[in-house]
Every structure is written in C-alpha cells, then in structure tokens.
Ligand binder design. Sequence first.
Ligand code: NAP
Length: 546
Amino acid sequence: MHLDAIVIGAGFAGLYQLHALRDRLGLRVCVLEAGGDLGGTWYWNRYPGARCDSESHAYRYFFSKELYEEWQSSERYPGPAEIRAYLDHVARKLDLRRDIRFSTRVTAARYDEGTNQWRVETEAGERLSATWLVTAVGCLSSTNVPDIPGLADFKGRWFHTGRWPHEGVDFRGQRVGQIGTGSTGIQAAPVVAETAAHLTVFQRTANYSVPAGNHPLTAEFRQWVKSNFEEIRAVTRSTVNGHAFRISERKALEASPEERRAVYEKAWETGGLQFRGTFYDLLTSRAANDTAAEFIKARIRAIVKDPATAQDLADIDHPYAAKRPPIDSYYFETFNRPNVSLVNLRKDPIERITPNGIKTRTREHPLDIIVFATGFDALTGPLLAMDIRGRGGCSLREDWKAGPHTYLGVQIAGYPNLFTITGPGSPSVLTNMPAAIEQHVEWITDCIAHLRKNHIRTIEPAEPAVQAWGEHVQECARATLLFDAKHSWYFGANVAGKPQVFMPYAGGLARYARHCAEVAARGYEGFVLDRGRAAEAVAPTAQAGV
Ligand code: NAP
C-alpha cells in the first residue's frame, strides 16, 4: 500500500497531523497506532490517581475555535477517561478514525533512496510505503522497568504504571510496594493507600511537590473559558512553557522575605504548576530557587507528623523544578496514614526482589503487589524502539549511540522526509504538550506544503545546522538549573546504559516557535532541499536571535 504520508501514533500529535495533512493538504495519509484505541499516553496510563498536570482549558487543541468552544471539561485537571473522551470527540468531529489502524505496532522504517519512499513494517509483518514519514510516538511512551534482580521469581503481581491494566487493579487486603516518587508515583500513592492493606513507598530521590488543587469546574469558569478562546490561546503561545498562565516578571530576591512568603503561600493555596511561575528567575538563579525550595521543604515537615519520615521526604538533593516538578492531591498527608510507610533507599537500598517481596539491605518487605512508578526511556526511547534506517541503510540506533542529534528536534540528518513531532532537541516535555505539538504539526504541514508546491523531492538537515542546534540546546540548558540535576530523565540518567545528554530544548516554546518560523521564512535555512537535480543547501546564518 503506498501513501503520501504515514503517521506513527494516534495521540494528540498523530490525530492533529492526520487532520492537517489529509484535510488541509489533501494527502493520502494513514496513522499506525500500537494501542487498541486513540489517546497515546492516555490510552496506556490508567494507573490510580492518573490525571493531567496541565489545566483542562490549556490541555486541548487550539487550532479550531469551534472545537475549543464546544468542549466542556468537568474538572480543573482532566483525568485519562475525560482526555480520551475529548480525543474521541475530536476524532468523530473530524472523521479521523477511518484513516487510523489500531493495534498496529511499527517495528521498522527504512528509507529507499531509489524510489524516495519510506518503507514501513509492522509487528504483524505488514508493509506500507509513503513519501513522508511523521513520528507522533510521544516522549514518554517507552516504559522503564529497572533491572532489579529477582523480579522473575516474585510470586505476587507486578505492574508498571505506564502499562496499567484497563480493568484496574483491586488493592483491597493487599500489601503493596510502590517503587518511584516522580510525578506518577506522587499521584498514585494516595489513591493506592485508600484501599491497600499496607502501602510501602520505596523512595530513591526525595521530590518536591505542590498541591494540585483539583476541583470540579463551576459553570461560571466554563463560560469564561468559552468566551476567552483568543486570550487563552495567546497566553499559551507567548510563554516559555505553553501553559495558560503568565510567569511573573519579578525576581525572587527583589521581594522582601515577607512578600516572598506571601507569594509562595498564595501559590501553594492556588495549587498547580503556577508555583513555578511565582518568580521568573526560579530556574536561573540558585539563590532564588533556594527560597522556593526551602518553602516547600518546610511545608513537607509541617504536614508529615513522623519526624523521621518528614526528614526523609524533605531531604531533597536538587533545586526545585530542576527535575520535572510534580503536583499532588494529598501526597505528603498520605504518610500520616497508619497503613503507609516510607523506605529511604538512599539509606537502605534495594538488594533484590524475592519471591515474597522486596529485600532491602536491612530487611525483607513482604508484598503481594509491586507497582513500578519508575518512569520512561524518555524522548529517544520511543524512536529507537523502531529500527529506523536512513540513507545508505544508516541506522538511527547506531547514529544516536552517543545521544540524539537533530535539527530543531524535528528532523535528522541522513533521514530525508522523516519528521519527528516533539523530538529530542525541541521544547516538548518542558511544555504543556498540546501547545508544543500544535506548533510542530503546523510547521511540518507548512513545510510539506512548501516542498510539494516547489517540486522538492527531499528535505533533511545539513550537518552544520545539526551541530549548531545541538550546541545551542546544550547552551540553553546550561543557562538553567535544569543542568544541575544530572540524575533527571531529561539527561536520560534514569535508564541504565543510556547516554547522558540533556535532551529537550530549554530556551522556551515561544522563542523556539519564532525561530522555527524564521527558519522557514528564510527558505528552510539549515536544511538541504533536493529538487531531483543537485541538492541545494540553504546555508545557516548565525543562530542570532534564537
Ligand atoms: P520519573 O519522573 O522518571 O520518576 C521515576 C521514579 O522512579 C523516580 O522517583 C526514580 O528515582 C524512581 N526509580 C527509577 N528507577 C528506580 C530504581 N531502580 N530503584 C528505585 N527507584 C527508581 O517517572 P514518572 O513519575 O512516571 O514521570 C515521568 C514524567 O511523565 C513526568 O516527569 C511528567 O513529565 C510525566 N507525567 C505527567 C503526569 C501528568 O501530567 N499528570 C503524570 C505523571 C507523569 P530517581 O529520581 O532516583 O531516579
């Protein structure tokens, strides 16, 4: 089967890319999706307490005012079922399902230079080809189950939060061990604790968290959302992180200690990721960051009644928000329950999993269920799960052995006509994802329209542009405190053997989007455009203004 474009993945990115290429450019497009239905991350992440950390009026598409205005969210933060219902609504409205094949996992994609086609293979052995290949595989979709010795001998049941059984898990009467205290673990623990006989949380790195402040939305707020589409969209497109709130222009140390405290207290009461926006230098000045970090640590100590547990939870070794900051619903309060205990793995590390539970250095913890809230092989994992081969059979797995190399996070040298939505080197996971996705889908769609109009056979980045972009990505990260948390998944540090390179673009979504638009306006500067005769490289000018 030959198509104009194949899109891999049917989450937020894949659905919009299908609509844009099929309905705006008139291309023949097929979406291949491993899951049994649409939703991407929200198809798989159905663990207890799962909920989006972006607010429901921002966690949506903005490309259609009508679509935006007709959807009503029920809560401040949407849960997986509501997000899937929203995407189902979009798919029905735009008639997308007819071009999506579910339960179809792509295993390989090879560029054929002779025919200028991508040849795609699925797990079932099916073969399809297309001129354009777009990956919409998400950044956090390859689950990371750490290689702890003994798991195969465990007599109980175990689950990774990112592959949660759709029928749910009954924790009643069960002794549950949860490994991991990232955004996922911090959401899951309070809900697991409600029904489990006992919950033991195994914490390696203590983490900051701020109350989410979730609540049902009032009719007034929903009406406000409906009436303010343009303004909400304008905010998401003008901020560094694509959220629908503005970041303060004030520096933390410009405020007096009393003023700062009042600002943090108000943000704590309001809840959510806005806490990061209280002062604009929280991620660039360690002294500023310390003020927020100390505030949160003091809150943890005040909430948690057992002083030793409070100390273990508040003993945080990195700046606030240098790792992705979680938001929670009664996470720290959960440790005041009689059926919850904390194991500090820094003091008492896991030695192995036994048939009956988890053995740490000092004792065995008997368990019926182990929950791995241990995160993902982020950004590169979903791409490298497929055997992608470009010009001359070059392999992405080989080419990225020392870390990913992209231009703008959207294309890879040697892999013509392949586009990577929210790929490494783009703002992606540092943003409200739908905002970053929309920007990429629109840029890719405009690019393909340009190539078709001008009879250009292939586009791929020139090596010097890739090199310069890679340096710029590192330079942007180094300018922030994100670079200080070397054990974060932004560096790939959570996956054994993964190269340690800072992967997302930390220069901000609005600035990045401006730069991408300028690249296109300058005739796709930094890309090699092949008209079928001699390839024409559009030489990159200095990265000024990036
Ligand atoms: P994560 O942030 O990578 O956290 C994984 C946790 O597992 C960490 O506490 C980590 O400890 C621990 N861990 C990993 N391997 C371990 C081992 N061998 N032994 C002991 N502990 C181990 O993963 P996540 O919580 O799933 O979150 C990933 C990302 O998904 C988030 O940062 C966020 O971007 C996204 N997310 C979003 C939402 C939302 O919007 N609602 C919800 C959940 C997740 P260390 O810190 O020591 O490595």
